[in-house]
Design a protein around this ligand. Sequence first.
Ligand code: FAD
Ligand code: SF4
Ligand code: SF4
Length: 477
Amino acid sequence: MTERMLKFISLPQQTPQKRAASERRADFDEIYREFEPAAARAQASRCSQCGIPFCSIHCPLSNNIPDWLQLTAEGRLEEAYELSSATNTFPEICGRICPQDRLCEGNCVIEKGFESVTIGAVERYITDTAFEQGWVQPIRPAAERRESVGIIGSGPAGLAAAERLRARGYRVTVYDRHDRVGGLLIYGIPGFKLEKEIVLRRWKWLEEGGVEFVLNADIGGKISFSDLRGRHDAILIATGVYKPREIGGPGAGLPGIMPALDYLIASNRHGLGDQVPAFESGLLNAAGKDVVVVGGGDTAMDCVRTAIRQNAKSVTCLYRRDRQNMPGSLREVSNAEDEGVNFTWLAAPEAFLGDTHVTGVRAVRMHLGLPDASGRQSVDPIEGSSFTVRADLVIKALGFDPEDLPGAFGEPELKLTNWGTLKVRPGTFETSLPGVFAAGDIVRGASLVVWAIRDGRDAAAAIDKQLSAESQALAAE
Ligand code: FAD
Ligand code: SF4
Ligand code: SF4
């Protein structure tokens, strides 16, 4: 092992510089600056090159982390890029938005008392440098194939599959109902976590590699699903989950109570320079308002931090469990707190106040009870503990469920699980319809970008296997 590694004993953990909260509040730029080359090399050299790398085991893509850390520490960045991009289609995106504290870094085993290697920041640095240096080349398949694959959805699952299939020579067309490529990467996740240029750069790269995009194409609406099946040898459904979970209670239908994704899409579109009437009219704009966000996941964190940047008068997050039991990343909670968000833990809305528009939320304090069969503690209201928070914009961020795809696609034979997600055969990603595959959130339920990439890549391998077998059978006839 090189003497360049194992520096964790003498060298403390250092993340790339985080911009001051006062500066961050004023714009939608990413909050971390890029690593300086020397700092990236030094931080990579903290890795102890474990025989059993728990970081890789807990990375959904099984990234070869110790090897690319070593190459980075040795200054062999082009090789580090080759290795990192062999298992991850979008390393610079995962390096920015994976919840590393729960995945690779949370399982980094450098000795107790020393903080983990900054794996995500190094991963991002390697690929950003590769783009700067021109090492990222368009996809060039060794041989072209005659079969074509249609992919519905240009989120990370669809794009990862598109890259893998195109690299194997298939003709690939990606359809999306939006006017830009990226799914939640472009319209859900705000720029302060993932600048839009990073997503647009990958769109261009895929086009240069021969992937065709058909945008503003709502499958099941403008183009029928059966029509699409007729156009391609295989179909991959990667449409994500978009049906927002609703809030009940008195006043829940008052104007001024908005779904989280509508709010985030309006903000992202505005940032991309689009005309957004609901943003300009103030309907989906927090400027000057008292904002209450209900929920404790990634979406809620993105909403509170967006509201701060839109110059809200106050921003409060109501979550019915406590900080330790919230689904969102704790790192994002600390960032939000630094930026001025008030968190009210163990509180849930009881009623929404106002006559013609919401003016406040009446909430009740909760306490955590005994764990259920899944180990999750129950949450119960504390009698007589109601309190009121002023609000002229309430954002509902309680998570998402799948839309009714068989209905929308006019395909009653498309089978669902009990959770409403698409049912696929384990290992093959094939749905109940022959030649129709599915991947990403629409199969897994609301999850993470890194899992969508993993599923997209695996589904592409399964499609390739099936189409290759069919073409060999045809050739043998
Ligand atoms: P999506 O990204 O949802 O893409 C699906 C695409 O399908 C969309 O472009 C949609 O327009 C298109 N589509 C749907 N129906 C049709 C149709 N009928 N016809 C044509 N096109 C259609 N994960 C992380 O790892 N880190 C984070 O920080 C993070 N933050 C998040 C913040 C928010 C606000 C949200 C909502 C999610 C976040 N996630 C995060 C989760 C992550 O974004 C998703 O798990 C991931 O994007 C799922 O990828 P996908 O490709 O399955 O679906
Ligand atoms: Fe960590 Fe995500 Fe990168 Fe895997 S893909 S190494 S989990 S940041
Ligand atoms: Fe290096 Fe940590 Fe992975 Fe071990 S677990 S190989 S120290 S990054």
